[in-house]
Design a protein around this ligand. Sequence first.
Ligand SMILES: Nc1nc2c(ncn2[C@@H]2O[C@H](COP(=O)(O)OP(=O)(O)OP(=O)(O)O)[C@@H](O)[C@H]2O)c(=O)[nH]1
Ligand SMILES: [Mg+2]
Length: 331
Amino acid sequence: MPANLTHQYRKAEAAYRRATTAEEELHCLQNMLREIPKHKGTDKLQSDLKRKISHARKLINGASGHAAGQSQRQRIPRQGAGRAVLIGAPNAGKSQLVTRLTRANPEVAPYPFTTHKPQPAMMPWHDVMVQLIDTPPIAIEAFDSTLLDLIRGADLVLLTIDLGEASGIEAAQQIVEHLQQTKTRLAPTSYLDLDDLGVSYTQTLAVLNKCDLPNFSENLPLLDAFFPLPLERLSVSAHTGEGLESLAQAIFAALDVVRVYTKLPNNKEPDYDRPFTIQRGGTLLQIAHLIHKDLASNLKHARVWSRHLHDATTVNGDYVLHDQDVVELHI
Ligand SMILES: Nc1nc2c(ncn2[C@@H]2O[C@H](COP(=O)(O)OP(=O)(O)OP(=O)(O)O)[C@@H](O)[C@H]2O)c(=O)[nH]1
Ligand SMILES: [Mg+2]
């Protein structure tokens, strides 16, 4: 029987994927269980959820132990409009890309295994910031499984491939195939497997790096023959900067968020410097909640300036926001 999952369930599931603490995970799993349609087709999902809830509770209650403390330390707080994690083989150019896209200064070197631990940095894109995480290289023979948590929790993975060398394709192919054997896999879009909740797919862009090198165009067609996944591809050079604007644009687009500017009733102009961002499809009530939870519970109505409406249209909390809407909240 098909599960026929609702929009509300999908939203709860998306929040679960982004949870960065055990408490958040528990809260999201409880939401998923509440929202899941209760019928025979979802029996297995329901019992999976209950099992995960009980596991998350145990983790939180026993959090004084060494293992729990360690996993908390490895968690990097989420910042900005979303999180993209760069992964790839040694020397693919991950750190060089982060240097070019952000103001961070990770170590870049002409030899492999330069980066030792995940490092967050912020990428400015127009008026928002996106969190990029540089990671140590993936070597199949010594795979560091803590990377799996980062991939699972990411909004986007940037699989960085060195196309300056033909061996770059094989290295990336091995990474993809290795991950497909785990429960944390790469895919053109993010979703959780309906038959096995433990299996998670994270949306991935293939970043074809080193397009300034002479062998790049020769290696490009080899991708079609040898690369196992139909991922969106972008050719870039972290060295010359070519393609990086398109990459930044693609990263922001993949996050699928909208920017919302708030305006105080007595002010003429909204605060254009600091937009709030929420997942596309999000409502005015969610923005109110982001600003302050009391604002959400006391919200009476709002006025909206939007490309899709007449200026200053009055709307309610369930109004679905568009990118670059301006809202004036009234309580
Ligand atoms: N020609 C060229 N060289 C590049 C490019 N991007 C990176 N490199 C060089 O490739 C080497 C590796 O770059 P890193 O950014 O350190 O690679 P990494 O993927 O972070 O490596 P690990 O930390 O070992 O995983 C350095 O010598 C960079 O200067 C590029 O687009 N073109
Ligand atoms: Mg590096």
